[in-house]
Design a protein around this ligand. Structure first.
Ligand code: CA
Length: 203
C-alpha cells in the first residue's frame, strides 16, 4: 500500500508544489491549509508522515499542531519553517518535530527528507531482530517504543528514540556523526547536520 502523507500548508503554491513532488514519487497525498483541520485529518486518516508548515493562520498554529500530534502518536513530522529561529523551538522536546527544512527549499530536498524519515521509522521497527536492547540501566523496547532508565519510563520523540536505539545497538563502538545523520535523517551526510546535533544534545 502506498504511504500516505498529510501536507499542512496555507500557501497554495508551496502546498501544490510539495504535493506534486510527493505524488510523483508514488505517495498518496492529502493537503490541508489550517491547523484544526490538520489535527482532524491526522486523527481520522492516520498518515504515515506529516509535512507541517509552522506559519499557519488562525487559532491553531503549526507549533500547536506539532505538539498535539506528538502527544498522541509517533507519526514522523517534517517541519517547513520560514525562520531559522523557529527551528529550535519546533524540534524541542515538547513539540518533537523530527526534521525540518527552511524556506525557500527545493522539492528535491523535501522528498529526500521524507524518504529518510520513513526509512528511519522502518529501521526503528525492524531493529536487528531482537526487540529489547539493554545497556546498563537503560532498556529500550523496540516493539512498544518505550524507554526506561532504572525502571522509570522516559519520554522520547520518535527521532530521539531511533537515535537512542541505534546508539544502544552499537554501545561498544564510536558512531560517527555522519553515520548517524545518514542512517537516521539524510540520504546525504553533506547536507546540514543541525537536526542531528540538536537531537543528540537533548538526549
Ligand atoms: Ca504559512
Amino acid at each position: 500500500m502506498d504511504e500516505r502523507i498529510l501536507i499542512v500548508e496555507d500557501d497554495p503554491l508551496t502546498a501544490d508544489g510539495v504535493a506534486f513532488a510527493l505524488r510523483e514519487e508514488g505517495f498518496e497525498v492529502d493537503v490541508t491549509a489550517d491547523g484544526s483541520s490538520a489535527l482532524e485529518r491526522a486523527r481520522a486518516g492516520r498518515p504515515d508522515l506529516v509535512v507541517l508548515d509552522i506559519g499557519l493562520p488562525g487559532g491553531v498554529s503549526g507549533m500547536d499542531v506539532c505538539r498535539e500530534l506528538r502527544g498522541e502518536s509517533a507519526v514522523p513530522i517534517l517541519v517547513l519553517s520560514a525562520r531559522a529561529s523557529e527551528v529550535d523551538k519546533v524540534l524541542g522536546f515538547e513539540r518533537g518535530a523530527d526534521d525540518y527544512v527552511t524556506k525557500p527549499f527545493s522539492l528535491v530536498e523535501v522528498v529526500a527528507r521524507v524518504r529518510a524519515l520513513l526509512r528511519g521509522r522502518a529501521l526503528a521497527r525492524a531493529g536487528d531482530g531482537s526487540m529489547v536492547r539493554e545497556v546498563g540501566g537503560l532498556r529500550i523496547d523496540l516493539a512498544r517504543h518505550e524507554v526506561t532508565v532504572e525502571g522509570g519510563r522516559v519520554h522520547t520523540t520518535p527521532s530521539e528514540f531511533r537515535l537512542l536505539a541505534l546508539l544502544a545497538e552499537r554501545a561498544e563502538e564510536t558512531v560517527s556523526r555522519s553515520e548517524l545523520c545518514t542512517r537516521l535523517w539524510r540520504t546525504d551526510s553533506s547536507l546540514d547536520t543541525r537536526a542531528c546535533d540538536l537531537h543528540v544534545a537533548r538526549l
